[in-house]
Design a binder for this molecule. Structure first.
Ligand code: CTP
Length: 393
């Protein structure tokens, strides 16, 4: 993960969104980042420094004039940081920053920042829309300060409008993106994820256990690495990442149709979905009724189209990457699939291994290509995603 080992200085000013900052600290620490905190006097009225100290596991700074052993907080804190995030950033803090004022530790630290500065404004909608605030934000952006713009929604002042600070998870994602090298900028990537469903009747269907986690992890990492990503997916158990174009589908045939439209304009297809391999010959329009005890019911099924094979047949200069879900002779079967489906690479997955089955957050794969055979240890699905995406550099 790109946040692991990063040192982030978090500046906290006095706004009700401060509770989200506490959750953010927890997310950052869980991801292996080191956090340090600077608070304004107003912020300490909402939450005590002790609470922040407990979350960050480091001393919290509030005083501009505190100096010990030659460590001058407003100069040295950002010297050692990889980024200075101010969240929440009140209208007052933004105004001070825009005009170079430095009358407390937080604003002095921002003025003396030796590292990139990111602000997450949070305030009442009227304060946010006031031309003074809007112009201050423009000034800050022009000077290279990154702004994580507020969302629209219910505000603590009992009004609806723009001014809500992004949620902790959104701030976390934004920081993670900030620290990720954009080595896939300019690449269009089409990713598939999850199972498809084949309907028997209006309330029943055939499907499989795929969670969509691996495909979603690929989409998330590709987006963070600067690619333009479209995700075509069935029912997935995890959310579609932000800034990823979302195309939900139901059946294997629907997935094929959606992909046929997208494929000519893409540079890469990564087929991590687990499309249902067969479908009932007929879909009943009415709910199938129960039978008397002991009677056998039979359904006829037909194979669904092989999506990869169909798309590989339409290939111009796209890179096509498939997955192989195997339970025996894994590499042999995967290579056969790669050749049969005319793939550039295949990611072989032995689902009998502990830590590699559908619903896990980890995977154990071997990446195969004409001249590639890369056996990877157990990794998180995000790490596996990065290994696959590295093939495209
Ligand atoms: N796949 C596909 N269309 C299907 C079924 C699978 O494009 N109708 C893709 C999967 O997304 C995966 C690759 O083909 O990238 C291999 O899928 P897998 O389930 O391992 O193999 P199958 O092709 O279904 O073959 P088999 O079930 O015989 O192993």
């Amino acid at each position: 993960m790109s946040l692991s080992g990063k040192r982030i200085l978090v500046g906290v000013s006095g706004g009700i969104a401060i509770y989200k900052t506490l959750e953010l600290l927890s997310l950052l620490n869980k991801a292996g980042a080191e956090t340090h905190v600077v608070m304004t006097e107003s912020a300490t009225r909402f939450v005590t420094p002790l609470t922040f100290q407990t979350m960050s596991q480091h001393k919290v700074y509030t005083d501009l004039f505190e100096e010990s052993d030659g460590f001058i907080p407003h100069i040295d804190l950002t010297r050692e940081a990889d980024a200075f995030l101010i969240a929440p950033a009140t209208a007052n803090v933004l105004a001070k920053m825009a005009h170079g004022m430095a009358d407390d530790l937080l604003s002095a630290t921002a003025l003396a920042a030796h590292c990139p500065v990111i602000v997450a404004p949070a305030m009442n909608v009227v304060m946010y829309q006031n031309p003074a605030t809007q112009e201050n934000l423009q000034i800050l952006e022009k000077r290279g300060i990154h702004v994580l713009y507020p969302n629209e929604g219910w505000l603590a002042c009992q009004e609806v409008g723009t001014g809500r600070m992004p949620e902790a998870t959104e701030l976390f994602e934004a920081l993670d993106t900030f620290f990720t090298e954009k080595d896939l900028a300019g690449t269009k990537i089409l990713v598939t994820a999850g199972p498809t469903k084949e309907r028997l009747d209006p309330v029943r269907f055939l499907t499989n256990d795929s969670s969509g986690k691996q495909g979603v992890a690929i989409a998330r990492r590709a987006q963070k690495r600067g690619a333009e990503v479209t995700l075509v997916h069935g029912d997935i158990k995890v959310p579609v990442p932000i800034h990823v174009r979302d195309i939900p589908v139901e059946s294997t045939e629907d997935m094929l149709e959606a992909l046929k439209k997208e494929f000519p304009a893409t540079d890469v297809l990564i087929m991590a979905a687990a499309p249902a391999d067969f479908r009932p010959v007929e879909e009943q329009t009415q709910k199938i009724k129960g039978l008397d005890d002991g009677k056998v019911r039979a359904f006829s099924v037909l194979d669904t189209p092989d999506i990869l094979r169909t798309l590989a047949g339409m290939k111009t200069d796209q890179v096509v990457i498939g997955f192989a879900t195997e339970t025996e002779k894994v590499l042999e079967h995967a290579r056969e699939k790669m050749e049969k489906k005319q793939l550039d690479f295949i990611v072989a997955n032995d689902v009998t291994k502990e830590g590699a089955a559908f619903d896990y957050d980890t995977n154990i794969v071997t990446i195969l290509g004409e001249e590639v055979e890369k056996s990877l240890p157990i990794l998180s699905k995000e790490e596996v995603a990065d290994q696959i995406l590295d093939l495209l550099r």
